[in-house]
Design a protein around this ligand. Sequence first.
Ligand code: 2HA
Ligand code: ZN
Length: 273
Amino acid sequence: MKVEDVKFVKDYIKVTYDAWLKGWHERNGGNLSYRIAEDEIKDIKGELDENSEFTPIEVSVPNLANEYFLVTGSGKYMRNVILDPEANIGIVRIDGKGEKYKIVWGLLDGARPTSEFASHLMSHSVKKEITGGKNRVIYHSHTTNLIALTFVLPLDSKVFTRELWEMATECPVVFPSGVGVVPWMVPGGKAIAEETSKLMKEFDVVIWAHHGTFAAGDTLDLAFGLMDTAEKSAEILVKVLSMGGKRQTITADNFRDLAKEFNVTLPEKFLYK
Ligand code: 2HA
Ligand code: ZN
């Protein structure tokens, strides 16, 4: 079967195009990676070229040894993925130690995986470990309103979580563990990858101050839906702040009632007075 025709690739492309329409991916902004399941690789085995050279990935992710990832290309535009998948995205395979990768499909003409590959892989490594392999998606976007809030709110996970939860009743149910915040850092390297993956131990949403957002999910739909929900909430907060701020809101006790009814655990540290 052609790589472009298999379901996980079609689903991945749908996310890239939907996300472009959301306005989160100006120019080459943002990137998406999917850890491919064994049976999905079987379907396309004949299409993969395993003869390419290995390249170091600058971080070590031993629990991702020999895994395959579908990933966006460095410098490639999210809006172009749907037009020419083979040029803009690719499948890479990690080596037996988790220290190198090679391109086995796509990323034509010398293209490379996203500049945030280190952040993706270190976050995948953490999430694979703590979800027993269920988590497959790491997604980075330039969500306008979440970024705007990083200029106004304290860069504190407690404040961001509580404020975003208050803006829409579904939020504590969709991201009950809250959101993490990384202060401004130089993107594209090992240092920001380490900070992000540390926060991924606790959160599925990690905001990069003055830059964008990372979301993790078991499926492409869940990761996209999580990004969409957090960003929608941020948009409401931007509007509320622009209208002079809250006059009433959802209270800490309201959240406790919600948690009971929806069977979610909301950490008390976010339910301060
Ligand atoms: O892919 O989003 O963070 C470009 C970026 C870097
Ligand atoms: Zn970015």
